[in-house]
Design a protein around this ligand. Structure first.
Ligand SMILES: NC(=O)c1ccc[n+]([C@@H]2O[C@H](COP(=O)([O-])OP(=O)(O)OC[C@H]3O[C@@H](n4cnc5c(N)ncnc54)[C@H](O)[C@@H]3O)[C@@H](O)[C@H]2O)c1
Length: 258
């Protein structure tokens, strides 16, 4: 069974943030396979260049911009680069975020909180604002933002991260309501997927990792390309034009909201 729908995103110009590794890299691979023209961006220059070269070698139209999303100017630079290279914009995937290891609520600092907010909701907000006129000019578009079960349900050790993630869901709902008239859709994806981070977790504490995966109703960890990438591709494409303001878990049945 194929999860890929070659051509389903043909001619669509899409920005994906946080593509140097993890979920973002998987999403970029899936979108490229489905024909999207991609502007990929990350703070990690070498890893980003490696992915750009990999996708280009496979025939994808792809450009990369190294940027630190903590900088207010980064959003305009990224969106301008997409417009300059491809002449338009149809989709934005706000996947990037600085993620710190879990630590008790009372030990988290104002700097921890600011980092989560600046790379999460603040960067998402600024990129959405920068993309908005281009999506209006294109006659509509699709924005996919990223939440987490650690925010939606709450998870010990993730105070700043959980707060930032729920903030992203809040601003996504408002934008979906305001921008619906312009045919701009805004949805949130809440994943559970294998990354370098989960690989490290599995190595350092295999029992705890196994317990978490065993508690997933579908009894496995997700795949960044086949599971998350496929959902993001669907949400960006023309088969989902009546879907907006939604939060979708792609987490094997493990996601809950409280
Ligand atoms: N992997 C999971 O199971 C899981 C679960 C819940 C939510 N999520 C969400 O999915 C998204 C991807 O998660 P991941 O596991 O791949 O994380 P990750 O840490 O592996 O990747 C995040 C990417 O964002 C980039 N980034 C960090 N700070 C940046 C900055 N200041 N400027 C520009 N880029 C920056 C990193 O370099 C990295 O490439 C995140 O929004 C995360 O919160 C993931």
């Amino acid at each position: 069974m194929s999860y890929t729908h070659p051509g389903s995103l043909a001619d669509k110009v899409v920005i994906v943030t946080g593509t140097a590794r993890g979920v973002g890299r998987g999403i970029a691979r899936t979108l490229a396979r489905n024909g999207a023209r991609l502007l990929i961006t990350d703070i990690l220059a070498d890893e980003l260049a490696t992915l750009r070269d990999e996708l280009a070698a496979q025939g994808a139209e792809v450009r990369s911009v190294v940027a630190d999303l903590r900088n207010s100017a980064a959003a305009e630079e990224i969106v301008e680069a997409a417009h300059r290279h491809f002449g338009g914009l149809h989709g934005l995937v706000n996947n990037a975020m600085a993620i710190k290891p879990p630590s008790p609520f009372a030990s988290q600092t104002a700097d921890d909180f600011d980092l989560a907010i600046s790379t999460g909701p603040r960067a998402t907000f600024l990129l959405m604002k920068a993309a908005h006129p281009h999506l209006v000019a294109a006659g509509g578009g699709s924005i996919v933002n990223f939440g987490s079960g650690a925010g939606a349900a709450g998870e010990p050790g993730f105070a700043a991260y959980g707060a930032a993630k729920e903030s992203i869901r809040g601003l996504s709902r408002v934008a979906a309501l305001e921008w619906g008239a312009d045919k701009i859709r805004v949805n949130v994806v809440l994943p559970f997927a294998r990354t370098e981070g989960t690989d490290f977790w599995e190595k350092s504490d295999p029992e705890a990792f196994k317990a978490v995966v065993d508690a997933v109703p579908l009894r496995r960890i997700g795949d960044s390309e086949k599971d998350v990438g496929a959902l993001v591709s669907f949400l960006l494409g023309d088969d989902s034009t009546y879907i907006t303001a939604q939060s979708v878990f792609v987490a094997g049945g493990s996601g809950v909201s409280r």
